[in-house]
Design a protein around this ligand. Structure first.
Ligand code: FAD
Length: 636
């Protein structure tokens, strides 16, 4: 049944792909009204993306769907590098096999799961929440923003007209590359339609009034055009075929990730589930660049066979293939109209799919924006200026990430086109880049560098524990019961900040007194008490967590100040805020202090933002620093 005209929603999301669904997940369990519209007739039947980076998996953990996603995913453990024979003969030889591992992560760097399954889990996570509605076969046809009221928090300046869309059944989701998609079954080439086919309008336009609008509508974003955002960058000179198939091959590393380097280019081969592999195959055409539209499956496979020779490569069955020319482009703006309209994911950046970054970056963009909108829409940000400052950080944080990604992608494509002698080292460096460990957001209201940080203890200056970087994940055990946990699993996406006190060895009386003093101050301070202590019916804006490194039996949890183990009349003590960096019964020792390079005597306090990035790093007892952080954010 059509909803009444001029429906009011807090947030309108255009596009229910990875970005749109990841964004919507931030609003579970809130009273924020969200409408998602997508022109396709239903959930994505297939999608192109596969690889999930560990950071993305941590996001799924925080949304509570990590276990389901992990259970279905395929792990990538090894990478084989093949190159031309050294004796000048024809064919390729295995040069080395390297572990697909970035040591700092302490867990798999990448797992594989089909985009449609990834979307399935995100979709099912929101379906039971009444405040979130999703409408398929629906697209916006006009948008207006009343700029006269964009500064007032509770206004609905965005007016959108929607129309029902009848889509061809053969829908494929938005292309990230050249705008052309092909479906193929057993090698037959069917020219697929790309999404929107408004050949029938079976319902009158719906009018929506929204406080905010976010375009998650893919590489050919409709909203981007309405907002007059232009894409900067170019088409590359690389044309690829991508094939998902069951191979019949005598190539010995067919079940490993492989880089197959030959004179005519480099194939990237990635194992999938169901006996399938995915191959990214460069296609040459003498001196002229082939038009992807002209490529046939046979021609793509001929190019593959040439590279993989002397091994054979016959086709068992093909579930999908496509051909594309890569565009590397970034939008000149990520937000418009006084931060009332945003663009996320492929709508503002496209690049080669080979490094498996598109879906990951789109989900991570959405994760960055979501908590800021949630805080704003919940009325937690006190002034209009502060709201805008916070929402502006979406662009100032994520646009540089997209630009870096394009720069990386250019190098990555070159590496494929003309492999250098350092190919393997460069691949390893690339693997590190793709984890996102090097991302560091610039200073802002949400990333604060206290004056004199350089004078603080050496532990505060280590490479990974710095404001603007993601809190590296680490494993600790709960003080109360010794159960081990990864920290990001514990940091569920509730919109809360965490003040994480690395208190050191609190069996030592000095460290113990310090922790008590900090706890008493936080729980009683005029400016912080109401944000750190649970209020009736409302989760506090800030959770205070303690990670110590004393022996557990020397610590009495209930003797700690209340802020570390608050009491509620409904459920008694909160036992899940104090952690120990010690040996666990079954899973070994997480060595969190070593991993984070925190001095066990000195300790430190870290303000962690709702998205798991570090907002501030302070001396362990710098409670004024904590106050300053939240004053700077202007939240209550
Ligand atoms: P999309 O997935 O394009 O979703 C956009 C959604 O918006 C769609 O549901 C569409 O129907 C809807 N929409 C569009 N226009 C409108 C409109 N006007 N009104 C309403 N709805 C609209 N990424 C990885 O991370 N790992 C990989 O391994 C990987 N492999 C890839 C392999 C290939 C061959 C290709 C082409 C891409 C690959 N990618 C990969 C990239 C990845 O697919 C995209 O980056 C990702 O899907 C982008 O997500 P998104 O939500 O921003 O956009």
């Amino acid at each position: 049944m059509s909803p009444p005209a001029s429906t009011k929603v807090d947030l309108l999301i255009v596009g229910a792909g990875p970005a749109g669904l990841a964004l919507a997940n931030w609003f579970r369990g809130s009273n924020i009204k969200v409408l998602i519209v997508d022109k396709k007739p239903g959930p994505t039947p297939r999608g192109q993306a596969e690889g999930l980076k560990s950071t993305t998996n941590e996001i799924f953990d925080s949304y509570g769907i990590g276990p389901q996603v992990t259970a279905e995913s395929w792990r990538l453990e090894e990478i084989a590098c093949w190159g031309p024979r050294k004796d000048g003969g024809e064919g390729i030889v295995r040069e080395q096999v390297i572990p697909d591992r970035v040591a700092e992560l302490g867990k798999p760097r990448e797992t594989m799961l089909q985009q449609s399954r990834v979307e399935h889990h995100m979709l099912h996570n929101i379906l039971s929440h009444d405040n979130i509605e999703i409408r398929y076969s629906t697209a916006p046809i006009s948008v207006d923003v009343d700029t006269s009221c964009v500064h007032e928090a509770d206004t609905f300046p965005v007016s959108v007209s929607l129309e029902k869309v009848t889509t061809n059944t053969n829908t494929t989701i938005g292309d990230t590359t050249n705008g052309t998609n092909y479906h193929a079954t057993n090698g037959h080439h069917i020219n697929g339609q790309n999404g929107h086919q408004p050949d029938e309008h079976d319902a009158p336009s719906d009018k929506i009034s929204a406080k905010y609008i976010v375009g998650c509508d893919g590489a050919r974003s409709w909203l981007r055009k309405q907002l007059d955002v232009s894409m900067e960058g170019d088409l590359t000179d690389s044309v690829f075929g991508v094939v998902d198939m069951v191979p019949k091959s005598n190539f010995p590393d067919i079940r490993r990730v492989c880089y197959l380097r030959a004179a005519s280019g480099t194939i990237l081969l990635v194992p999938r589930s169901n006996k399938e592999v995915r191959m990214y195959i460069p296609v040459e055409s003498g001196t002229a660049l082939p038009d992807p539209k002209d490529l046939t499956f046979g021609r793509v496979m001929d190019a593959a066979r040439k590279i993989i020779a002397p091994y054979t490569m016959e086709v068992g069955s093909v579930s999908w293939w496509s051909a594309y020319r890569v565009r590397q482009r970034v939008g000149n703006h990520f937000s418009r109209l006084n931060e009332r309209a945003f663009l996320v994911g492929d709508a503002v950046h496209t690049h080669s799919p080979k490094a498996g970054q598109g879906m990951n970056t789109s989900i991570q963009d959405a994760y960055n924006l979501g908590w800021k909108l949630r805080l704003t829409l919940k009325g937690k940000v006190r002034s209009s200026g502060a709201r805008q400052d916070l929402l502006r950080t979406y662009e100032s944080e994520r646009r540089p990430v997209a630009l870096d990604l394009i720069a990386f992608d250019k190098g990555f494509l070159k590496l494929f086109a003309a492999p250098s002698a350092q190919f393997d080292t460069e691949i390893l460096q690339a693997l590190k880049f793709t984890t996102g460990l090097s991302i560091r957001y610039p200073p802002s209201c949400a990333v604060q560098l206290p004056k004199g940080i350089e004078q603080l203890g050496p532990s505060l200056l280590k490479a990974d524990l710095v404001p603007g970087k993601r809190l590296p994940d680490f494993r600790v055990v709960y003080q109360a019961d010794g159960v081990p946990t990864w920290m990001h699993k514990r940091l569920s996406a509730t919109g809360q900040f965490r003040v994480m006190i690395f208190a050191g060895d609190i069996s030592d009386s000095t460290a113990s007194k310090r922790l008590h003093d900090v706890g008493k101050y936080l729980g009683e301070s005029k400016s912080l008490k109401h944000v750190v202590m649970p209020q009736s019916e409302q989760e506090p804006l800030v959770e205070v967590l303690v990670v110590h490194c004393a022996e557990r039996d020397l610590v009495d949890l209930l003797a700690l100040p209340e802020v570390y183990r608050p009491w509620s009349d409904e459920s008694g003590y909160d036992f899940w805020r104090v952690f120990a960096d010690v040996e666990s019964v079954h899973d070994g020792h997480g060595r969190a202090y070593e991993r984070l390079e925190i001095d066990r005597q000195v300790g430190c306090t870290v303000v962690v933002r709702p998205d798991g990035y570090i907002g501030a790093v302070l001396e362990v007892d710098d409670v004024e620093g904590v106050e300053r952080y939240f004053e700077g954010m202007n939240v209550s």
